[in-house]
Design a protein around this ligand. Structure first.
Ligand SMILES: NC(=O)c1ccc[n+]([C@@H]2O[C@H](COP(=O)([O-])OP(=O)(O)OC[C@H]3O[C@@H](n4cnc5c(N)ncnc54)[C@H](OP(=O)(O)O)[C@@H]3O)[C@@H](O)[C@H]2O)c1
Length: 279
């Protein structure tokens, strides 16, 4: 793939990252979904001198404001908006990045949520297909493209943004739950496969974190966290190469039990807690 890497001269102007400022980059972090709540908070958490941030998002205005904030904290920042769900362009973009500045940490965070439209109705198939593409296919494709050079280097960390909804499917969001359960299984498998080669894989399973996506979800949202708190916990877990980062503790334990209990009991518990479908 030799297509040029997409760039925005105005967002990535060399004067925005003065030469010499980060002469010795010690860490490169790629974050997709950086224009969103959790991705943006992660970018700020990682922003520091000698750090290169590769921030991906579709809303360039949000990305630009974030880039300014991260540069003020001392990081070198590049903004990217390659279409993630286009296999060929994703590959071209990531291969070009890998050749120039192979990331140390890759956080595949971009994702969408959607819920069933009404009683007894399923989500429109086109929407399901789009959701699976960004939530499951894209992180898997990113791992496929970036893992070989990381294995060649003998180091790297892949971080996959799953959800507590991966423990047990939620009646209001069956497709979302499936995408996140698939990503969880992929990450767990990949971790064992790559461990002998110096590449870590971390699956992140957040509960409710304040964001437009979270606000649009139906049902109760206990223990909702601000994105900054989520980013802090995720960053600390990544630094320790944790296999799984799941939070908040009480909701994680509750959702874990839903996976462990007989499925019929879990369904009843979900209804009792207000997550059941309306008749
Ligand atoms: N918030 C929660 O309660 C919660 C809980 C569990 C897991 N998560 C997961 O955490 C991740 C981040 O969520 P968030 O809460 O920060 O949501 P958010 O604020 O809505 O951000 C979502 C991000 O994903 C990007 N994105 C969505 N669809 C895309 C596509 N087709 N192509 C490229 N980029 C796309 C968005 O880009 P644009 O801004 O450019 O549209 C945005 O940057 C998601 O994977 C989500 O499933 C969130």
């Amino acid at each position: 793939m030799n297509q040029p890497e997409p760039s925005h001269p105005e967002l990535n102007h060399p004067e925005l990252n003065p030469p010499g400022r980060n002469r010795q980059i010690e860490r490169t972090v790629l974050i997709t979904g950086a224009s969103g709540a959790i991705g943006g908070a992660l970018a700020v958490a990682y922003a520091a001198p000698k750090t290169r941030l590769l921030l991906h998002g579709r809303r360039l205005e949000a990305l630009e404001a974030l880039a300014m904030q991260c540069r003020a904290l001392g990081a070198e920042v590049e903004c990217h908006d390659a279409p993630l769900t286009d296999d060929a362009r994703l590959e071209a973009w990531l291969e070009a990045l890998a050749n120039r500045c192979l990331p140390d940490i890759v956080i595949a965070n971009a994702g969408q949520n959607q819920h069933v439209p009404g009683p007894g109705e399923l989500e429109p198939w086109e929407q399901v297909s789009d959701l699976l593409a960004i939530n499951l296919r894209v992180p898997m494709a990113m791992a496929n493209i970036l893992t070989p050079p990381m294995v060649g280097r003998g180091s790297g960390q892949l971080v996959l943004m799953s959800s507590l909804a991966a423990w047990h499917g939620l009646p209001a969001t069956p497709s979302y739950s499936a995408s996140k359960a698939g990503l969880k299984a992929f990450g767990e498998g990949l971790r064992g496969h790559l461990a002998p080669h110096g590449v870590g894989v971390t699956v992140v399973m957040p509960g409710y974190v304040s964001s437009p996506m979270c606000a649009a979800m139906p049902g109760p949202k206990p223990w909702e966290w601000p994105p900054e708190k989520a980013a802090q916990v995720i960053q600390a877990g990544i630094a320790r190469n944790r296999a799984r980062i799941s939070f908040p503790f009480p909701l994680n334990v509750g959702c874990w039990w839903l996976a462990v209990l007989p499925a019929g009991i879990s369904q009843r518990l979900l209804r009792l807690m207000g997550y059941g479908s309306r008749p």
